[in-house]
Design a protein around this ligand. Structure first.
Ligand code: NAP
Length: 311
């Protein structure tokens, strides 16, 4: 650790309180000095109602971490980058792919770091999986993703998930896609999709994706928000050298029938370590491939209507 950067968090809601604030408190490379949120405040730091007020009052801030829903990410990130701040984006990095490309260009123009974070990529099983699959790249035969949970348990009262840009079931599903695009040594292209749409929402409650890897292996994903009570966040990769199975969103890993010791979970501490390293090395990390697959599913997917969700 070299520099200590003054940090602000924007959008104090579920993920900011559950993960960001504890991770920042434990990370010596950042000092949390301010927050911006319309209805919430954080003890012990200066608080503002929105990012414009924060940027106007806090010229000494080095970096901001954006934790509001994706529909407002672009405007907030643009304001921060134009003020010369390094920016960390919660996932998904935008409500559209083109927004993220635009932010990447603005970050370069201002000499700022842009980190489009994917917290599931920091799950303990991901790097060991990536390394093993790289060694067995020629042997990969198929990939099956099952990402199923109860929306009423994980998103109680959240309306933004059902609005355009809120992604619906892709809000968790994109976590699986962020893992798949990280661990596979081949690119993945979307070939078809089915989106199950409640009659009263703008985003799907379930989806199936049919993709193909560049080595010809089928990559299939099933996302469902009508599942419970026990979540299924599983990825299976069949290879000639045995099956790689990731469970619990990357907290457990087995390869060819053997459980692998992957250590404890530390997704958000790892994200802030990475953000710090990016700032120190004056680099960015912007990989839109998970969002691009979701965008392709909206572009290419067949819509099937289902019962109203009853928002
Ligand atoms: P949330 O609690 O519904 O929203 C976060 C906060 O953003 C809200 O409390 C709200 O604070 C602010 N906000 C909401 N709408 C806004 C708007 N239109 N303009 C400005 N601020 C607004 O959502 P969340 O669950 O924390 O998720 C936020 C992001 O983190 C999403 O992209 C999600 O995919 C990602 N994420 C969530 C989880 C999770 O478990 N929840 C896990 C990983 C990643 P104020 O009303 O005070 O402004």
């Amino acid at each position: 650790m070299k520099g200590v950067y003054k940090l602000a968090v924007v959008g104090i809601g579920k993920i900011a309180r559950d993960q960001h604030l504890p991770a920042i408190a434990a990370q010596p490379g950042f000092e949390l000095v301010a927050c911006a949120s319309r209805n919430a405040s954080v003890d012990g730091v200066r608080n503002y109602p929105d990012i414009d007020a924060l940027l106007a009052a806090e010229p000494a801030i080095d970096a901001v971490s954006l934790c509001a829903p994706p529909q407002v990410r672009y405007a907030q990130a643009l304001a921060a980058l134009e003020a010369g701040k390094h920016v960390m984006l919660e996932k998904p990095p935008g409500a559209s792919v083109s927004e993220v490309a635009a932010l990447d260009e603005v970050a370069r123009a201002h000499g700022c770091t842009l980190f489009a974070s994917w917290h599931s990529r920091a799950a303990s099983a991901v790097e060991p999986s990536r390394e093993w699959l790289a060694k067995n790249a020629g042997a990969i035969r198929s990939v099956e993703v099952r990402w199923k949970e109860d929306v009423r348990r994980w998103h109680p009262g959240q309306q933004w998930i059902w609005e355009p840009g809120g992604l619906g079931v892709f809000d968790p599903g994109i976590n699986a896609l962020s893992i798949v695009t990280r661990i596979l040594p081949h690119e993945v292209a979307l070939r078809g999709a089915t989106l199950t749409m409640p009659s009263d929402t703008s985003t799907p409650i379930a989806a199936q994706l049919d993709c193909i890897a560049t080595n010809g292996a089928p990559v299939r994903a099933v996302f469902d928000w009508r599942h419970g009570p026990v979540e299924e966040w599983d990825i299976d990769v069949e290879t000639d050298a045995g099956r790689l199975s990731m469970r619990e969103g990357g907290k457990r890993l087995s390869i060819a029938g053997k459980d692998i010791d992957i250590g404890r979970e530390r997704e958000y501490p790892a994200l802030y370590e990475h953000f710090h390293a990016l700032i120190e090395t004056k680099t960015s990390d912007v990989d839109v491939r998970p969002l691009r697959l979701v965008a392709d599913a909206f572009l290419n997917g067949r819509r099937v209507e289902t019962d109203a969700f009853g928002r």
